[in-house]
Design a protein around this ligand. Structure first.
Ligand SMILES: *Cc1c(COP(=O)(O)O)cnc(C)c1O
Length: 374
């Protein structure tokens, strides 16, 4: 159980930043120099740990760390790896898929979007049709766990099509990497993007990319931005053995190393995904008992975050519900689906089944709609 205390009065049941362990937070209590040998060795060890966790060989894959929140890394990939004559097919069934399309538009990268609605799984037939009919598509980008709803997208089935048509495959695994098993190499993912403050359970400050070496090697002088040039960042990290081009988030990097160590101690991705899955099942079972409905059918649901429909009851207000829960030590997340009233509860981070049990007790006490005021 992650006990609340004065320093940390509530648990974040959110998709990141999330509740971290006190040992991860304690890893930040010193100051470090960015060109120091010890620091660069730490960066190199993190880069190599990421390949190990990702289950990819260092011969075929490499990893690059990039300053900023997760979106900066997504923008860095899209802006660097698609050549000027390229075009990206974005599969969008939520805000994060749509954000990739917006990034492409902003960077003047030709883009086609296949979207089938936020509560629906991606349209594989539509994706194949685009790949077959539009020869100018060079890259396909999809979100693994669409955090908007909590849906897990079929990156394997989409990957088959991408490889069948010989395209480069970009996967935003921001909210799933470290918490769900992903066969990067088997699926043929060329660029997988995630960040420090999601399932690895570090604190915010940088994102990272696990990249197919051959594909990344083609990307010199292509980036549409200086600071987000993934290729240049990679070359500097390789040639200068762990050096970032510009100031790196040193404290976050130290916390991340500690978080990686704790992931290993927990038993790797297999054990962590099992814990998340147990949390998620317990949450849904308890919430259903209390009368709540999930937005998605169980088959489409990730073990990361769950969307619940707001009860249709005059005495329910999300604001009251949120505030009451926060008073009792739990912060939940508003909904992000555009056409339905929902709220979200995440169960990743330093969260255990006992925490979910305590949450359910708090939810029961906070349901104004069962006990209308006055
Ligand atoms: C969290 C997240 C991102 C990145 O969001 P930031 O706020 O930039 O860190 C991107 N994609 C998905 C699917 C996410 O869950």
């Amino acid at each position: 159980m992650n006990f609340n205390n004065d320093q940390n009065p509530y648990l974040l049941l959110t998709p990141g930043p999330l509740s971290t362990s006190s040992s991860v937070r304690e890893a930040m209590l010193k100051d470090w120099c960015t060109w120091d040998e010890e620091y660069k060795l730490l960066v190199q060890s993190i880069r190599s740990d990421l390949l190990t966790i990702g289950g990819v060989s260092a011969e075929d894959y490499t990893s690059v760390l990039m300053q900023g929140s997760g979106t900066f890394s997504v923008e860095s990939v899209l802006g660097t790896v698609i050549p000027s004559e390229g075009k990206v097919l974005v599969v969008a069934n939520g805000a994060y898929g749509s954000r990739m399309a917006t990034i492409a538009e902003r960077l003047h990268i030709p883009v086609t979007v296949v979207c089938g609605g936020e509560s629906n799984t991606p349209d594989l037939v539509g994706i194949e049709r685009e790949l077959r009919e539009d020869q100018s598509i060079t890259h396909v980008a999809v979100v693994h766990c669409e955090t908007t709803t909590g849906m897990v997208n079929p990156i394997e089935a989409i990957g088959k099509l991408v490889k069948q048509y010989n395209k480069t495959y970009i996967v935003d695994a921001m909210s799933s990497f470290g918490g769900m098993d992903i066969s990067i190499q088997n699926i043929g993912i060329d660029f997988l993007i995630s960040s420090a403050n999601k399932c690895i359970q570090g604190v915010p400050g940088f994102g990272f990319v696990i990249a197919n070496r051959l594909e990344l090697n083609k990307c010199a002088n292509q980036a549409r931005s200086l600071s987000l040039d993934l290729y240049d960042q990679w070359v500097t990290m390789e040639e200068e053995q762990g050096k970032w081009r510009f100031t790196s988030p040193t404290h976050t990097v130290h916390a991340f190393k500690q978080a990686l160590q704790e992931l290993k101690e927990e038993g790797g991705i297999a054990a962590r995904s099992e814990r998340y899955r147990t949390n998620q099942r317990r949450l849904v079972k308890g919430m259903r008992t209390l009368g709540f409905e999930t937005l998605l059918p169980d088959a489409d649901q990730s073990p990361i975050i769950t969307s619940f429909r707001e009860p249709v009851h005059e005495a329910f207000s999300f604001y009251h519900f949120y505030t009451k829960l926060k008073e009792q030590g739990f912060v939940i997340y508003p909904g992000k689906v555009t056409n339905q009233e929902t709220f979200r509860i995440g169960n990743i981070g330093e969260i255990y089944e006992e925490d979910i049990e305590r949450l359910l007790t708090a939810v029961e006490k906070s349901m104004y709609w069962l006990e209308p005021i006055g």
